[in-house]
Design a protein around this ligand. Sequence first.
Ligand code: ADP
Ligand code: MG
Length: 593
Amino acid sequence: MSRKIEKLPPEVVKKIAAGEVIERPASIVKELIENSLDAGAKKVSIEIKNGGLDLIRVSDDGSGINKTDLLLTTELHATSKLTDISDLESINSFGFRGEALASIAAAATVEIISAVGDELAYKLTEGGGIENASRGIGTTIEVKDLFRNIPARKKFLKSLKTEEGYIRNVIKQFAISFPEVSFNYTADDKAIYNFFSDSMLNRISQLFNIANVDLLPLEFNSELINIQGYIGHPKIALTRAHQYIYINDRIIKSPLIISASKKAFSKNLPPDLNPLLFLKFTITGKEIDINIHPRKEEVKFSSEGEIYKLVLHALNQELTTILNNQFKERFTNSQDNVTKIVNSSLPPQDYSPVLAFADRSVKTNNYANSKSTMIQKSLQFSKNLIDINPTFSLSPEIEDHNYLQIFKTYIVLAKDNKLLIIDQHAADERVNYEKWLAKLINGKIESTPLLISHTVSLPLGLRVDSELLKGFQKFGFELEEFGEIDGIWSLKIIAVPIMAIKLNISQIVSNIFSDLYTEKIDLSNLESSLNLICATIACHISIRAGQSLNTVQITKLIIDLWNTKDPYNCPHGRPIIWELEKANLAKNFMRTK
Ligand code: ADP
Ligand code: MG
């Protein structure tokens, strides 16, 4: 049965379009704030009632709308922001489609009061009429009874509390990227935010209650992208997860940027934690398409690979520099701080991730020259730390037989008013990692030839050049290219480090190569892989979970762990120690209040 094709009545078209732009009250708040910012507002006030369903009112001190334009504001595709279609590439305002107010007006009762300069103020009424009104320069848009005529939309909404939460998130997003603008937000007559014009740093720290020192500034400029903003010190990622990414002032969901940042932090954060990001990207209009999403929340890059690499590089480079500097300031330059640390019985809380960064080899253009200084630096760091921090020699409070191995996986012990639960594998991994790294740095890995040589196959398509193989000699491995079958190259292992002689050598070598391969690092640059190789070796030679340990083994492990630079994190960024305060135990047993 066929039906006649009919054009939808304009009212229905409007409602469908409205549904795309106006998904929920928070979408309206977003559109209205964007309009205020487009109008150059320095002060934006938002008031809502009942999750925004009863009332959303946004007032600004922007440029205002004149009497004739006021009549056009709620017309579909009426905009003052785009005149020429070629403008689409160089849009520098949030709006340009002239859709928002028309859609909002189709879904709710809308009144707009606006004044331009010292002229009279006018009000556009719900009926479409113009009345005299009074207010200073700027615009107030009032949206009432949302979705009263679209019950289907209303059904999809969550609880009023949740909808209010979404609105709050939208305001947060703008508050971060427009710190110079004052924002005032009231929900159901309760004052929620009152932000005055400020720096981005202060705005973020105020919004999320993060100490300024834990927000690390990031500035990166290149031909393709500029990045400006803050990243959270790795230690605060344990308790929070905030990621705000802006491209040309628009908040964007970008899996690409998120994954590049995750990669950059991978040595310092376990895989289930995410770095805190407050980053503003400036990318030329030609590189991005923001028109792929009805609410402009996603973008498409024309050169994705390039952008990924740049973001990774920017974060790696900036993070390393910043954290190294911070570290130096904290531990070497300031005598005050050093004294404080020596006097304190606890390791400085934020010390471990810093060290992990200090260790990290970075790829730079003149890497060959910087490599040895880098290594010297990290050695120097560790030496300083051991010298100045008494907690890194074994505390007399750790007595023999005071440990307990549980589940054949963890070691439990009491130390300095804390109950420590230690992951035995992660702990041994840290110990071995540092042992290998130190030996490597000092050139002390002794090698021994294998009586019967082994061969290993590389991952499909991977071939390593002789330079890289030569580099492996530093690790005590003597490797030789052996041959190729169906695109799979194999290597012959001729000699191995003495300390690894009892281990499954082929397995280790093959793992190193497949790790190098999947981590997609530059194989021609062995130095950049140094940490990774040590971490891989450490992982394979370390005590496993499920292995019973006797007292002697446990004691040795604990002593070795306490002598590492970073007893708290394994080389892959996972935690080694979980601490419970004695005071907390007391609290839980109701010994104290
Ligand atoms: P767009 O922002 O895409 O142009 P909108 O429907 O959001 O479309 O707004 C339509 C027009 O109304 C804008 O182009 C602008 O001229 C005007 N306008 C809306 N809100 C404001 C405001 N707060 N201050 C000044 N002008 C505004
Ligand atoms: Mg708009």
